[in-house]
Design a protein around this ligand. Structure first.
Ligand code: MSP
Length: 658
């Protein structure tokens, strides 16, 4: 019977560009969506961006842009990154969307009218990084454990939500629903936190301190506290979905939040109490994962040790990372990423594992059976053992997925693949091929090997959709999400279509050369210095190019060089090398300049706010994509060192340079 499921990711703060920590939760939702689609369920997946609050306002000011255009840029970057790497979200909510703002105000008014919001004066310790107050006991050595910063003492009159009123109801709910917060360690963490009396929650910020937020509907001198605003996205996005429909009734009862452990308290305490006060049924489940660490530290913008999804996609292919993530992380615990381990796992499991099984069996069919999948209906004991193992693998895989034991689900696939490899080694089809009398045995062995590949590719497809689609197409097998045939039939033995002519074996998992890691880690180290100092850069030799003919000082003076500040930066459709820049030269308007620097800035938002050197009096040039009015200077053209020229100090847009 078809079920429904609604998966959400946290909505990401737009003060940081997407990195593979964000990617993990996003791909988790994507994989779960595809898994449910494979089972034939009705599923919906929401992601988006969290755009209000002090942290965002501060980041916009630091870049010298207004919060709206700042959030437009970074939110756009999250959205385009997910789209570019094939994340299949159904809706993307922004907390600056009108649909969201209206809903937040409606709930605030309702809770206020019901008497659960009151006005009071408060002094507390506030961490801007977390956008919340901390109690002394939550601090470690007086610092926020996540940001390693000392929270500032804030004293002000504000509105408070009577969160404490719902404490007992929340405890009861958690106790009566042991699976509500998973894994169990996080359920225990919340229950232990709830042993102490729950303080009321400050849900406003005076506009004298912060204007970037949603106005309180009952006092326009205040904006809404960012968490009270953000959490409501999970409902506001359904009430008025991207397609315009109200999907609340259809999906809310099936809501499954996916979050990292850093935001457990807000999701398992603030949010359910808010829902209770608003008279909304609680979400069905919350799954909490640990952090991806790089070395010993959490991957995060503030530590500067991030890996960008688009960069990784170009280097190794994002699907291979999806595989690594699901194979490697024990859900709930932290896990470490390293390029070495990634390549090791990829080569062992995919290049030498599944890829090799596919190419061995596929090529032998091509060579010995005219490239046509044979019809085989009778199997003997060794095949029967594999048939039974395949059936167990299907059941185990589904169970492990449902229980969020993804690494065990992947383990089950690896065991089946290894058993099939062992079977091929034992039966030696290349030998059978040499004897006419063994034709039947040869067909049976190759069919069995390839049928295991088909079952593996079907089950693996939520994690590696593109690669598995290629394999299934090659095999002439139905897509994993074919809704006409029930899932159980799609993964039952014998689905490989006899008589199908195989083309050339796809090279789905080419081996990765370990040398590539060295190049990449060297680049990553140069780009992201460890906190506390710049990396010691190896001195590199340059191939010195001969100088251009001499010019006079007057020739030089004819070039009007100015300081420009990059206000917007975007990729140009159809131009592989260009980035479109909107540059402020202090002229009261922005200049459009096309710069050939895309290879150095695959994520152009990295250029925002940079003070660059501009040739301001260059004759405007009409290009295919629009008018280019000047030139942004860059060094290292034609080499991988390419980067824009910036200034070692704070100048103003339009300042002259000589
Ligand atoms: N805006 C809030 C969430 C509001 S939801 C109503 C927020 N945003 S965030 O941009 O900081 O994203 C935090 C989430 O990103 C984590 O909960 C986790 O899902 C993901 N991750 C960020 N860094 C991560 C790792 N290094 N490892 C794994 N996931 C991490 O908090």
């Amino acid at each position: 019977m078809s079920r429904s499921a609604y998966f959400t990711t946290p909505i990401y703060y737009v003060n940081a560009e997407p990195h593979i920590g964000h990617l993990y939760t996003t791909m988790l939702a994507d994989v779960l969506k595809r898994f449910h689609q494979m089972l034939g369920d009705d599923v919906y997946f929401l992601t988006g961006t969290d755009e209000h609050g002090e942290k965002i306002a501060e980041s916009a000011t630091a870049k010298g842009v207004d919060p709206q255009s700042f959030t437009d840029q970074i939110s756009g970057l999250f959205r385009s990154t997910w789209t570019e790497i094939g994340v299949d979200f159904d809706d993307f909510i922004r907390t600056t969307d009108e649909r969201h703002k209206t809903y937040v105000q409606q709930i605030l008014q309702q809770v206020y009218d019901a008497g659960d919001i009151y006005f009071d004066e408060y002094t507390g310790l506030y961490c801007v990084g977390c956008e919340r107050y901390f109690t002394q006991t939550e601090l470690v050595d007086g610092k926020c454990p996540d940001h390693q910063t000392t929270p500032k003492e804030v004293k002000e009159a504000n509105y408070f939500f009577r969160m404490g009123n719902y404490q007992q109801a929340l405890i009861d709910h958690i106790e009566q629903n042991p699976q509500w917060i998973r894994p169990e360690r996080y359920r225990n963490e919340v229950l232990s936190f709830l042993k102490n009396p729950l303080e009321d929650l400050c849900i406003s910020r005076p506009k004298t301190r912060l204007t970037w937020g949603i106005d309180l509907p009952f006092d326009d001198k205040y904006v809404t506290y960012v968490w009270f605003d953000a959490l409501l996205n999970y409902v506001s996005a359904l009430k008025q979905s991207g397609s315009g429909k109200d999907l609340f009734e259809r999906y809310w009862p099936h809501c499954n939040h996916l979050i990292g452990k850093d935001i457990l308290k807000t999701h398992a305490i603030y949010w359910p109490t808010m829902l209770m006060a608003a008279g909304i049924e609680l979400y069905r489940q919350i799954d909490v994962h640990g952090f991806w660490l790089l070395g010993e530290s959490k991957m995060s913008k503030s530590l500067g040790n991030v890996i960008r999804p688009l960069t990784f996609d170009k280097q190794f292919g994002i699907e291979n990372l999806r595989y690594f993530f699901f194979r490697e992380m024990k859900f709930g615990a932290d896990a470490s990423f390293s390029y070495e381990l990634f390549v090791e796992r990829y080569n062992a499991d995919l290049a030498n594992g599944l890829g090799n099984l596919l190419s061995r069996t596929g090529s032998l069919i091509k060579k010995n059976l005219g490239g046509v999948i044979p019809k085989v209906t009778e199997f003997e004991a060794p095949e029967q053992a594999l048939i039974d193992l395949a059936a167990q693998t299907v059941d185990g895989f589904v169970d492990h997925f449902e229980n969020r034991q993804f690494h065990l689900a992947v383990d089950a696939l690896r065991k089946l693949q290894a058993a099939a490899d062992g079977y091929i080694n034992e039966t030696q089809p290349w030998r059978l091929a040499k004897e006419e009398t063994q034709r039947e045995a040869l067909e049976r062995v190759l069919y069995t090997g390839l049928e295991i590949v088909r079952i593996l590719a079907t089950l693996l497809s939520p994690i590696m959709p593109r690669a598995c689609r290629n394999i299934l197409e090659y095999l002439g097998a139905p897509s994993p999400c074919n809704t006409e045939t029930p899932f159980a039939e799609r993964v039952a033995w014998g689905g490989l279509p006899a008589g199908h002519s195989l083309g050339n074996v796809p090279r789905t998992f080419p081996r990765i050369d370990e040398k590539k890691i060295k190049e990449i880690t060297a680049q990553a180290e140069a780009a992201a210095p460890p906190s506390g100092g710049k990396p010691a850069k190896e001195e590199k030799k340059n191939d010195f190019r001969p100088l251009s003919p001499e010019i006079t000082i007057d020739d030089f003076a004819a070039v009007d060089l100015r300081v420009g500040v990059i206000k917007e930066a975007s990729l140009v459709d159809g131009a592989k090398k260009l980035i479109k820049l909107m540059v402020d030269l202090g002229e009261g308007r922005l200049r459009q300049i096309f710069a050939g620097i895309r290879s150095a800035y695959p994520e152009p938002q990295a250029l925002l706010g940079k003070q660059v050197l501009v040739v301001a009096n260059l004759k405007p040039r009409q290009m295919k994509f629009g008018l280019s009015e000047g030139m942004v200077c860059a060094g290292g053209g034609g080499t991988e060192r390419l980067c824009v020229a910036t200034f070692d100090g704070e100048l103003l847009p339009g300042d002259s340079v000589s």
